[in-house]
Design a protein around this ligand. Sequence first.
Ligand code: ADP
Ligand code: MG
Length: 600
Amino acid sequence: MNEPIPDTKPSIRILDDATVHLIAAGEVVDRPVSIVKELVENSIDAGSSRITVDVSANRGEISRIRIVDDGKGIPPEEIPLAFIAHATSKIRSSDDLETCLTLGFRGEALASIAAVSYVTLVTSTSPSRPATRYRVTGGEVVECSETGAPPGTSITVEEIFYNTPARRKFLKSLHTELAHISAVVESFACLYPHITFRYLVNSQEKFSTHGGSSLPDIFRALHPDEAGSMIPVSRDEGDIRLSGLVSLPGLVKQNRQQILIGVNGRIVQSPAITSAIKRAYGSLVPSASWPVSVLMLTLPPAMVDANIHPTKREVRFSAEKKILDLIVRIVRDSLAGADIIGCAPDGGRSDQAELPERTGYAGTGRIPYQSPVSTARKVCETALSGYRTTSRQLLQTRIQDIPESQPDERFPAMYWIGQVGGTYIIAGGDDGSLYLIDQHAAHERVRYEQVKNQESLHLKTQELIAPVVLNLTPSEVTLLSSVLQVIEEEGFILEPFGQDTWCVRGVPVILGRYEDPETIREIISSILSGDEAPVRLKEQVLRLVACRSAVKAGAVLTPEQGMDIITQLSRTLDPWTCPHGRPTVIGFPAPDLARMFRRT
Ligand code: ADP
Ligand code: MG
């Protein structure tokens, strides 16, 4: 047999400059939102007091991004330099990194953006000098002319990723990209309350903030429903400063997306800081839930390294443990100083009145004034309304009972003994065994099987007696359109009700016509805060409906209610775990009890 002839052409080659440049550019601008982030950072670095982000979409894609600022502008003779990779006005050498206070320093953004799209820059440094218009398309300068424009800079980016079709193909849906952009602009607005931000999509204003506001004002404008559950954090410790807002334990999310962390004015993703915040709450929030927070950490630049990744999204600290411990301590102290009783599920939202009026938000949904109620009355009302909620949930479950289901014969007969911690049912078995049942997990299992069963019966929707109005943030509105179909397939009926406002007219049968508006809001907002793929989304909706419609941990049960849960659980196909896999029942068989007391 003949040996194959070896290929004599060299297999390792040095890439040409254009290819190297394109690969590097791809790291900085991996998706449209990165362009927005880089350009807004440049506008902030230029000392702007007004920044407008204007995005246009066409045929399911982002067709144009324009950022306009009133900053110091770029002198005409320096414009060509600004587009060259690693050209920056912000540092001179690596030594400056230690003291650098600007967001940019790598000199890569404009060069990278121009490498993957068509860019038009109009900039002016003073009202007495003409502005310059400069266009780069396909890597070539095609225009450099004088024009009239106010001081500041406007950068228009079109034909995004025109020369990297693979990148373009992998972009998520338009809704997802727009939601990311909206979230980034919201984040900058929170981190820079003194700057006026405007965000427009297809020339329509989605939101704007008034420069000169405080963080609570801005937060209230962006998240009117949540502002009342936020408490301030503010502390200086040596040269480290932590400030911002964190939520009372009553306001949590199923994921970390509503944790915004700013380090020296930079939006960062820091799993370490996120878990420090979570750690501060300890057992105040369930293990799979995260509080809402906007926290800004300011520290000497020498203590933080932002130069880990081209996008500067991650940072490293030189004294990480000290900083993380400090965050835990400060957040914990802030929580300790707050009135936590005020955040009980139904009574808590009334402290919204203490925050200032919302400002500059082109939405609807002014929060009505609610007079403060005494703590004692609040607690009492909470307990009563908790009892009513539990009764309604159990009644609803019984109405929907699965007709032909038989009790699982492995499920022991039990009688009610009592309840401990408002959370566990204590039950006895005829054979002298003792059982502890997690009331929420148990009822969640019942609800879950009912929701699934309802699927096959094609019994989907029930109209609400009173429609529930949702005031959404701009990014939630955007996300809603992308998940609407799945939500509707599961039985919700949602209709637009004016700008940023939607109205829920129908819910899955399982929730019932009288469902508490707060539960419905919670379900929708949990769906909107997840970034689930469509297949998983359906399962997520099922689980959420099951979870939120189930009797809560902390609800005091009457013996009848407790027995109801036990009986319903015994009829499920899989009574031993909740839909998330946690146990529902823990048994102490009689012989074990005897052994524990050394009777045998
Ligand atoms: P970097 O921000 O890391 O310096 P960029 O490529 O983002 O790099 O920008 C290059 C240079 O262009 C900046 O250093 C700055 O001098 C100038 N520049 C960019 N955008 C603006 C703007 N909006 N206003 C004023 N100058 C700008
Ligand atoms: Mg920059």
